[in-house]
Structure formats: C-alpha cells, structure tokens
Design a protein around this ligand. Structure first.
Ligand code: ATP
Ligand code: MG
Length: 763
C-alpha cells in the first residue's frame, strides 16, 4: 500500500466493524413478511445497482427500508457502510426508526446499536454533516454558520445596497434565486458562462460575486452552498473522497425523481466505480423542476451506472379504488411520462367530495366543520391533512380551526423556527456561543429596543468594515475608543455587557437553561408580555416552546454520533442545535394529536386517512404563472397527483368562488384538474343543502327549519335595516349566541348577533 494511502487511513479511521456475529444471521423472514412478489424481488435482488420506478403508494419507501435491513442481515453488510438519502428530516428519522425496529429482535439485539452507524438524512443534512466534520478540507472556519432562506435574503439585500443596485429594477428575490440556481448547477460566480451577455447577467453575476466574498469572509454557508461545497471537496480532496468511497458501499435514495443536478453529481462521485446505488422514485411525482430537479436523472441513471436492474411495483396499498382512479385519470393528461399502471384490490370506497364555497372564509369553515365531524365520529386529529398550493392560504383555515378549538399543526409557511420571536431568541443564543456572528448581532442589538439607532449601527458597520473585524469586535473597540455619541455609547456598552454576562452565567448550563436565560435576561419575554392581545400571548408561548424544543433536543438527531466515536463531535450542543434549527425549519413539532396543514409540496411521501385539497381554483392551482412557462402545467398536474395520492380513505376537493389572497380579492373558476377527474369519482356537496341545514341547527331554530327558501345560509343575500344589503359569509356561536358575519355592500363585513340583527333574506 502506498504511503499516502496509509496516511489517509490514519487520518480517517476505517469504517466501524461488522456487528458482533459478523455476518448474515440466517433468519430473515421478518424482513420479507408481507411483501408482494415484486417487492420481494426488489428487496432481495443480488447486490448491484437498482432503480425502482413506481407509482404513489406502491411501497417504494417501504421496500427501501426493507432493503437496508436485508443488506445488513442477509448480505452481512455493516450498517456503517450504508448511506440513505430521503427528502425531509422527518422522513429520515422515520426511516432510521423503521430500520432499527426491523433489525432489533431478541435474537439479534446486537444490531440495535450498529444500526445507528448508518447515515440517513436529506442531501442537505448529509452535506452539512460532512462540512462540519471536514471544515478544514472545505476551507471553512470551524464555527461556520448556516444561513437559512431568510438570512440569505437579508444578506443578498445588504450586498445589493452596498453596490447601489436598484431594488425596484432587480428584485432581491430574483437575485437570490439566480445565485441559488447557479450554485445548484455547480457554478461559482467566476464560472458563470457569458457574464457579459446583457445587463441582467452582468448585474446578477456581480451581486453573486460580492455575496460570495461576503459569505467567505463571514464564514456563512447557505443551503445551496452546503451542496456545492461538499461536491467541491469530492473533487479537490481525493483522499477524502476515497475514504468515503471505501466506507459507503451502499447508497440508497428515496424520491429519486427530485434530485437536482448537483445532488446527482455528488452521488455519482461518491459512488465511484464500485458502490451500489439503489434508488426509488416516481416520474409522476417530480415536483421540484423549478428548483432544478431533473427527471432526466432517472434516464441518466441507467446510462451512468452499470447493470441497473429495474423493478416495477404496480399495486397501490394506500388508497381506495376511487381515489386511485381519480389520480390515474388526472395524470393521464400529462404527455411526458414514462407510463405506469397502478391498481389496487381495495374496494372503491366513498366518492371524493367536492365543495364549492362562496369564499375562502366559507371554505375554511367547511373544512374545519368536516374535520370536527371526523373527530366526533371517533377519528383522530392526526388522521387529517389540509393541503394547499400556497402558504398564504393557511391563515384563514387556521382561524377556522381555532374557532372550533381543533388542534392543528402547520408545516412550512411561517414555520416555528422562522417566527420572528423565535429567531430573536436564537440570535441571542448564537451570540452567547459565537460573538462574531454579524447576522445575530444585527438582529438583536436593538431588539427589544434599547436605544441603538440606525446611525449607531452604521457606525458599528463601518468600523467593522474598515478594520476587518466582526460587528461585535467593532462595538467593543468603538466603546473603548469613545467613537459613539453619549447615549449610544452607554446603550452599546449595556448590550455588550448583557451578552458577556449571559455567556458567563450559562457557561455550564444545559441547552434549555441557556435558552431560558437568554429569553429572560435579554428582555424578550418582558417585551412580548407588554404586547396586547392574542399576538403577545402566542409569542410568549412560542418562546416557551423553544425552551421545550431545547429540552427535547438530542433524542431525535437525524445523524447521531456513531458508537465507534469515528465522527466525534467537534461542535458544541448549542451550535448543533442552531444548525438543526436552520436546517429543520419545517419539521419541528411537539405536543398531542393534531390535524396537519401543509403545502402540497411538503406532503410528498406522507399519507393520511382524510385529506382536504383546498383552493382548487384556476390561477391558484394550477398556479397562474404556469401559463407562461412551458412544462409548468404538467408539473402542477404532478403536484395534484401527489396531493390526491396522499389520501387513504376520504378525499375532499374544495374551491371558493372568490377569495382574498395576499391582499387582493379575486374571483375564480374551479380548477381544470377537477374536470380531469372522472365525474363518477366525485360527489358535490351543495351549499344550500347539508351545510345550510347544519348552520340552521347551530343557529338554534332562528331560521325556519322547513322553509328552505327563506332560511339563512352562508352565501345568502340579506337586508339589514341600517346597513342595507349584504351577503352572509360565516357564522359561529350557538343558540341565542349565534353570530353571523355579513359582508355589506355599503359598509363592508360586520359581525352581528343573529337574535337581534333582524336580517331579512333577500334571495
Ligand atoms: P409515495 O410514492 O407516496 O412515496 P411509496 O411508493 O413510497 O409512496 P409507501 O409509503 O412505501 O409507498 O407505501 C404506501 C403504504 O402502503 C404504506 O402504508 C405501506 O405500509 C403500505 N404497503 C406497502 N406495501 C405493502 C404490502 N405489501 N402490504 C401491505 N401494505 C403495504
Ligand atoms: Mg415514498
């Protein structure tokens, strides 16, 4: 063996040894139980490259989990030699748990620990892990900080301002998108082709270059950078690559259709010539084309890896016959497909219910009431998912759930770790651990307000720039040299002292104690306590929730330490928590059973007995931008296919005739996707029927039970003696306390007590 190879082995110790009994355990029936023939074929295929392309709910994820167990138990592969990629951290945690349970039997308990040596995570999570372990090879400072999407946007804005770029002409979001797209294509600013092509290109490449420099200086790493940097180390650090190539002999990928260019390239490099790649995916569920995901990767795969075996799974185990039929018919409208059949031997089940709401409030109320009914009938809130195209739709639905007191949880949108108060608290925690984080410094130096204004901040920034130090350092030097005006001098001094004191007091504290202390001593808690109304309460609760999250941290790590200590942690628990918060935004949750609300994009891979697809309207879903971009309509349709196939037992489509979205009132037609589902699969719920009756029952006999025509219902036009004509848009309360909200043409929406309002139905 040549000397440098030896040196590498010493630098990076060999993979963990095989489990104690060293090889196949013989009894693998529990791994194969309950799999159909095709699934068995996939799970037990000889060691080699494999591609399973199959429709939704056909067991791809399940087969992948069983394959890992099979590799370990039947092929005697060390779990430490397995790397599995999934799409969300939640899916990764679930996958790890399922593999562990499959391997954990009384006769083979020894496997439980080694199973943890496996690497399971998202591409981003794994890339992050690599960079933390090999920061030197990646030419990063040890304490590099991850920028989440919001941090990144702020930083790009800062760069643009410093370059005097006109934000009206060149929106910050567009510039950020440009940077990320370049990184996803593996290109640094200096490698962008034709930078002088036109003014668009020139401007953006300049922004990209300046942003790149700023990130390098500050040790900042955005999401796209995680991938790009890890990809680059494969090329620049051959010894490191070879080490991992020797270690990971088996690479498994779920949701393969959504890997983008750089992820695929990263994977290919890691696989090298001899590792085996085992991928599952569904071309009909490719929904990240706009983020660079390439369906062609499915085709390239067959070319790039030798001897790829293909297995097709065609039986769906998730949904009723009706739901599956609807999904198949819808996706049949796409021309670009590999083409698959999907069948089920489950019964037809109940029809998909369609509700045409008068407006978005009415739609939300309907969804909340149906959810309540499901729970009243003995179902659990966790069975239920409300899916929508855009995060902006969630607020109204949330309010309807709050009114009925139905517990719910939101994925995505303004996610827990993205809420301003939580981000503030995290910034304090970050400063305590890492004073030189400018991002954290800027965020909280005057939050809550402590008299440090824009001018003082500019002064700190300019000291930092000219002396090439962090803002923290600049603030300290500024105070020492008396560079600030009188009041600012003491305000900045107090802030510096606050952080130093916090750090000293929490030096030996557990993570949740640090959080608790930061929240209190910083004045954040007191600040929100003064805030009037619901909002203040919610913010305080979120801060308390953060303490809970810290307390729970550690149990659910996606990529835990290996028992061999091979990847001994080099960062503190605090840093690790903050990283996780940045990477994990969507996934954090605690508490009891709750209905889930999320975008269609984040529902990928999940399943729920009861699913609502809300906002099935032209312009919203499919999104209005699809008109201009070729291929987008097909991608929207795949998204609809993803949505429909999440449902196990009952699916609802709802749409509203008019809605207020991002401040604009729109009137819209039902989505074309509703027309693409066979009419026999659907049943319409009439507004004047079941719903009106329900509403009357809750109105405590105020409306005439028998006279359908004269009773009040949502969407009905009424006349009020003072306000004139209006439309009933929602109702709540019971009996004599029933209130209705009426949107009056003359005076806008008003809540009225039904018993006193004297509303006269008009038509
Ligand atoms: P998606 O495309 O949505 O990611 P998938 O192909 O990954 O779906 P899974 O989530 O693995 O499908 O499986 C769908 C459901 O069917 C799961 O509840 C799974 O446990 C169940 N299932 C899969 N195969 C079988 C089987 N052979 N017998 C019984 N249930 C099965
Ligand atoms: Mg799956």
């Amino acid at each position: 063996m040549p000397n440098d190879a030896l040196a590498v082995e010493q630098q990076f110790p060999p993979p963990p040894p095989l489990s104690d009994d060293g090889g196949p355990s013989g009894d693998v029936t529990h791994i194969l139980d309950g799999l159909n023939d095709r699934q068995l074929e996939a799970v037990t295929a000889p060691v080699g490259n494999m591609l399973v392309v199959a429709g939704a709910g056909s067991g791809k994820t399940r087969v992948l989990v069983h394959r890992i167990a099979w590799l370990v138990e039947a092929e005697g592969i060390s779990p430490g030699g397995v790397l599995a990629v999934t799409f969300t951290n939640k899916a990764a945690a679930e996958m790890r748990g399922r593999v562990e349970r499959l391997l954990e039997r009384p006769t083979a308990g020894v496997f439980a620990a080694p199973a943890r040596a496996m690497w399971v995570g998202t591409f981003h999570g794994i890339a992050h892990r690599l960079l933390r372990m090999h920061w030197q090879e990646a030419q990063l400072p040890q304490n590099f900080q991850i920028l989440d999407a919001d941090d990144q946007l702020r930083l790009v804005r800062r760069v643009m301002r410093s370059q005097n770029v006109d934000e009206q002409r060149w929106p910050v979001r567009q510039a950020t998108w440009f940077i990320n797209a370049q990184k996803d294509a593996g290109r640094r600013a200096k490698a962008v082709p034709n930078p002088d092509r036109d003014v668009f290109m020139r401007t953006h490449v300049e922004i990209y270059a300046a942003y790149e420099a700023l990130c390098r200086q500050g040790g900042l790493v955005d999401f796209a950078e995680l991938l790009l940097r890890s990809y680059e180390i494969w090329h620049e650090q051959t010894a490191l690559l070879e080490h991992y190539q020797r270690r990971f002999r088996h690479l498994l990928v779920d949701e393969f259709q959504d890997t983008n260019g750089i992820q695929y390239a990263w994977l290919r490099a890691l696989a090298g010539r001899s590792a085996k790649v085992w991928a599952v995916g569904d071309d009909d569920q490719s929904i990240y084309g706009w983020r660079g995901a390439k369906i062609e990767n499915i085709l390239s795969f067959q070319r790039d890896f030798p001897g790829v075996r293909a297995v097709r799974l065609e039986q769906n185990y998730r949904s009723t016959g009706t739901i599956l039929r609807a999904a198949n018919a819808l996706i049949d409208n796409n021309a670009e497909r590999l083409g698959k059949k999907l069948w089920t031997d489950a019964g037809a089940g109940s029809p998909i219910l369609v509700y045409s709401a008068y407006n978005d409030l009415d739609e939300a109320r309907f969804i909340a009431e149906r959810t309540q009914r499901w729970i009243d009938d003995g179902g659990s809130a966790t069975d239920i998912a409300v899916l929508y195209r855009s995060n902006a739709q969630s607020r109204v639905i949330e309010e309807a759930f709050l009114r009925l007191d139905i517990p719910y949880r939101i994925y995505g949108g303004l996610r827990f770790f993205e809420r301003a108060e939580v981000r503030n608290a995290l910034a304090y925690m970050r400063l305590v651990g890492e004073r030189h984080s400018d991002i954290a410094f800027e965020r909280v130096v005057n939050t809550p307000a402590r008299g440090i204004g824009g001018k003082t901040l500019d002064a700190i920034r300019s000291i930092a720039r000219s002396r090439e130090v962090s803002m923290w350092q600049a603030a300290k030097e500024g105070i020492a040299e008396g560079l600030f005006s009188g009041r600012a001098q003491s305000a900045v001094g107090a802030f510096v002292k606050l952080i130093d004191t916090l750090a000293a007091e929490t030096a030996n504290c557990a993570l949740h104690e640090i959080a608790e202390h930061c929240i209190e001593a910083s004045g954040l808690l007191a600040h929100h306590a003064k805030e009037p109304g619901e909002q203040g309460v919610a913010r305080r609760e979120n801060l308390e929730e953060l303490v809970t999250a810290c307390r729970q941290f550690g149990g659910e790590m996606v990529l835990p330490l290996t028992p061999t200590g091979e990847e001994a942690e080099q960062v503190s628990e605090l840093t690790e928590f903050l990283d996780q918060a940045a990477l994990d935004s969507g996934d954090y949750q605690s508490g009891g059973p709750a209905a889930q609300m999320m975008t269609l994009h984040s529902a990928k891979g999940l399943e729920f007995p009861l699913v609502f697809m809300a906002g099935m309207e032209e312009g919203l879903f499919p999104d209005r931008r699809t008109e201009q971009e070729p291929g987008r309509l097909e991608e929207e349709r795949r998204l609809a296919y993803v949505g429909i196939t999440r449902a196990m037992q009952q699916l609802y489509f709802t749409h509203a005739e008019s809605r207020r979205l991002r401040g604009v009132q729109t009137v819209s037609w039902p989505s074309r996707f509703l027309q693409e589902v066979p009419p026999e699969c659907m049943e319409e719920i009439r507004m004047g029927g079941a719903v009106a009756r329900q509403f009357r029952a809750r109105s405590g006999g105020l409306a005439d039970e028998d006279a359908d025509e004269s009773s009040l219902r949502i969407g009905q036009t009424v006349r009020h003696a003072k306000f004139g004509e209006g439309v009933v848009i929602q109702a709540d309360g019971q009996g004599s306390r029933t209130r209705v909200q009426v949107n009056f043409a003359a005076v806008g929406a008003k809540w009225l007590m039904l018993a006193y309002a004297n509303l006269e139905p008009v038509r």
